[in-house]
Structure formats: C-alpha cells, structure tokens
Design a protein around this ligand. Sequence first.
Ligand code: G
Ligand code: G
Ligand code: MN
Ligand code: NA
Length: 254
Amino acid sequence: VTLRHEVQTALRENQFEVYYQPLVDSLTGRIRSVEALVRWQHPDRGMVSPGDFIPLAEQTGQIVPLGLWVLKQACQEVADLNTGREQSLRVAVNISSLQFIRDGFLDDVFKILDETGLPPRLLELEVTESVLIEGADHVIGVMEALKHKGIRVALDDFGTGFSSLSYLRDLPTHKVKLDRSFIQKIETDRRIAAIVQGVITMAHHMDMIVVAEGIETLEQQEDLARRHCDLLQGYLFARPMPMAELMALPDILP
Ligand code: G
Ligand code: G
Ligand code: MN
Ligand code: NA
C-alpha cells in the first residue's frame, strides 16, 4: 500500500493531528496568532511530513476532505483555547489552491465557523499565489466573499514561484508572508534585502500586514524588526507544537 492510498484510512482512524506555530509581534514579542500545520502520525512510518503527503493528497483530490478536517479541528481547538481568555488568539490555516477554488468552499468555511463558534475575524486563510492559475476573477470573488464575512486572507510563500507585484494590487488580501528563502539570505545578499524592504514598504502603503517566515537567528529578528516587518515566525521563537504544548506557553496562559 502506498501513502497515496492511505490518506483516507488515516482520516478515518484519526492519524492526523494539527500542530500550531506562534507568530509574534515584532515590537512587543507577544504571540498574536498561530499557524495550523497538519501532522500525520503514521502507525508504521512514524511522523510523515506534510511536504510529502500534501502534494499526493492534492493529486488524488483527498486534499478536500483532509483540508476540511484540518480547518474544523483548528477552528475548534482555537475557539476552545479562547474561552475565558481576555485577548483572543487568531488562527491561520493553509488552504490548497484546489480546495480554495472548489464549488462549495465558502459554504464549508461558513458552516465550520458556525459549528465551532470561532468568530470569523479570528480566522485567516493562507493561500499561495499559485491559486491564480485557477483564474484570477474567480479567486478574487472568493476572497471578496471571505473578506465580506470578516475572514482574512494571507498570501503565503510570497516571493517564490511566479510572483508578480501586481498580485498585491489586485488581490483583496490582508497579509503577505515573505518566504523563508528570502529571510535566509537577507544578511548576505543586498539585493534580497532590497526586495524584502520593498515588499514591506509597498504592502504597508496598501494597508497590508507583513510576516517574515523562517526566522532562526537573533540577527534576522533584529533586521526584520528594524525594517518594520509586523510579525515574525520561526524556530527562534517556537517550532510547530501540539495544542497541549501551546496552551502551556507562558504567553498563552489566560
Ligand atoms: O509543517 P511543515 O513545515 O512541514 O509544512 C510543509 C508544507 O506543508 C508547507 O508548505 C505547509 O504550508 C504545508 N501544509 C501544512 N499543513 C497544511 C494543511 O493543513 N493544508 C495544506 N494545504 N498545506 C499544509
Ligand atoms: O509553506 P508554509 O509557509 O505554510 O510552510 C511552513 C513550513 O515552514 C512548515 O513546514 C514549518 O514547519 C516550517 N518552518 C517554520 N518555521 C521555520 C524555521 O524557522 N525554519 C525552517 N527551516 N522551517 C520553518
Ligand atoms: Mn503557511
Ligand atoms: Na510559507
């Protein structure tokens, strides 16, 4: 049996788990939101990386039920976490392009919010610019409908693929996530640093928030904070972790 065939079984047998990675405010260092990242605890293979099974699940279409499962689980767990807290945490969930453009996607999202009680303003959906291959008009329509409901959209992995700055103009997104590959080179490559600064400045002029992903060193943290990048995410602050660990962080405790 190949991994390809096992996703369905894994869903049925509850082998998936959602991990959460904090995003911190670059000025205060406080945790503002978390990104949900799916993990597969395979009975024989051990932990299987989403980098390995998400592309397979996209090929077979199983990304649709899997993606809905992750979305519901993340909304439920964060709604529960927020109960009794003064400051609510937001949650960002990765959505595959295929899932995003599918008929019924909006209804599925609204239904999950209803069922879990998570306020729409606390949900953010992360899509990559590759979603535009599916047709810009339709994608913009879905984003507008989400925005109208109060749900935010973030452009993930920005700068990879066939990035076009005009996407930033056309898409009703709330946030841009600078890809880790830029952050890794920011200290050694002046051109990369210039692009990063340019994206931050431009996004701010368009009233968008900027996140730097993959922050691993103090130097990167200081560099990005100095450039007024709003939020930082990376192993320097925290790795993705199960909900039980997240809840125990001093910054999360109610
Ligand atoms: O968690 P990790 O850093 O290993 O993630 C590897 C890749 O898998 C990343 O590109 C991430 O966006 C993607 N990924 C993780 N969880 C999900 C998910 O629930 N849905 C989708 N579509 N992609 C995910
Ligand atoms: O594509 P996306 O941005 O959703 O993927 C997030 C991925 O990046 C996850 O696989 C997550 O585990 C990983 N990640 C998060 N922080 C860091 C980091 O500081 N360094 C590295 N190498 N990977 C990270
Ligand atoms: Mn992401
Ligand atoms: Na990313």
